[in-house]
Design a protein. Structure first.
Length: 365
């Protein structure tokens, strides 16, 4: 908003300066066009930067999506592993119950055989009717013990196997969760980068929008100035004849680029003729006085419409002898030279303008 305000101030200042008659540096159309060109170049760079940021954001989005797919895949593996862990845990519980039951059954059987009041292990042996029956009974007892032992051993082997499998699954699950944690951290980092790039892109987009507004405002100022210049260029009569020197003196500065103590390196828009204060300043060509007033840069100045889009300007005078709207003849005294405005010594600054553009006065003298 601040930049836009400044641009509008510039627009108003330019239009007012032309309308009010300063007609100096502020109304320099080429300067405004140069600003427009610079800002268009800046806007082009800004749009390119915004395009690059959008591309970076798109690439980051693809990476984030890829990482999310990796996270989802790991989560699926974790869910599957946890399902297997639960199944293994349930199987372990069932095996443990069977082992405990088998142990209990064996203990109960031994207790019945060795400690039962009705029948004891010794009685089984003593009640054998023959040696062969004794051997059969002994073999039966051994088989019972052996069968119980084998069942217990098989159950224990299964228990150990399932417990080992569960431990491996637990380790795998921990590893998967660790991987998932690392991938999530990577995703958070990418999201942070994306957020930062989005903020940067939004700032660049805002700057580009502001630049577009400034260019539009400057273009409006340029159009207004062009209309003003065109208005000045539409003289009441065509230009004819040649010009005379407004004063006789020493040329202290020619038309062209130079270093100015007031404005730095710039175009010197006329010819400076060094003369003493109070020297008569004559109209270089006949015409109509459009402006005769004091300007902070030109000091006491006279602007004459010489016809055909040609204007002559006489600056830094000590005294003005004509007024706006007055017709003057070539050679008529219109002012007295001086040292007013931005001047470093008594002289006459003489300009020739054609359709609002500065030209070298020597081409018309």
């Amino acid at each position: 908003m601040r930049k836009k305000f400044l641009v509008w101030i510039l627009t108003i200042a330019v239009v007012m300066s032309v309308a009010g008659g300063s007609f100096v540096y502020a109304d320099n159309l080429s300067n405004i066009n140069s600003q427009i060109s610079d800002k268009k170049s800046e806007l082009s760079q800004g749009r390119q930067k915004e395009k690059e940021l959008k591309s970076e954001i798109s690439q980051l989005t693809d990476k984030i999506d890829s990482v999310q797919s990796e996270i989802d895949k790991l989560q699926s593996e974790i869910n599957n592993t946890e399902f297997k862990i639960t199944a293994a845990q349930n199987k372990l519980s069932r095996l443990q119950n069977r082992i405990e039951k088998q142990n209990k059954d064996l203990n109960d059987r031994l207790r019945n055989m060795y400690m039962n009041d009705n029948t004891s292990f010794v009685e089984v042996l003593l009640n054998s009717g023959s040696l062969s029956e004794l051997l059969v009974n002994l073999d039966l007892i051994k088989r019972i013990h052996k069968g119980d032992k084998e069942v217990l051993e098989q159950l224990q082997v299964q228990h150990d196997q399932v417990e080992k499998q569960k431990k491996e699954l637990d380790n795998l699950n921990s590893s998967l969760k660790s991987q998932q944690g690392e991938v999530k951290a990577k995703q958070e980092s990418l999201n942070a980068d994306k957020s930062a790039l989005n903020k940067k892109r939004q700032a660049v987009a805002a700057d580009n929008a502001e630049l577009s507004e400034e260019i539009a405002d400057l273009q409006a100022a340029a159009d207004a100035l062009t209309s003003q210049i065109k208005g000045y260029g539409e003289s009441s009569s065509p230009y004819s004849g040649s010009m005379i020197w407004p004063v006789s003196g020493t040329i202290s500065c020619e038309y062209g680029y130079r270093y100015c103590p007031y404005h730095g390196y710039e175009l010197h828009t006329g010819i400076d003729i060094a003369v003493g204060t109070g020297t008569s300043v004559k109209a270089a060509s006949s015409g109509v006085v459009r402006q005769a007033y004091y300007n902070s840069s030109y000091g006491n100045m006279v602007l004459i419409d010489n016809g055909g889009g040609i204007y002559t300007l006489y600056a830094h005078n000590s005294r003005l002898l004509v007024s706006a709207g007055q017709k003057v003849s070539q050679g008529q005294v219109i002012a007295r030279s001086g040292n007013t405005g931005n001047s470093t010594g008594p002289h006459v600054h003489f300009e020739v303008r054609v359709n609002g553009q500065y030209v070298n006065p020597r081409n018309y003298l």
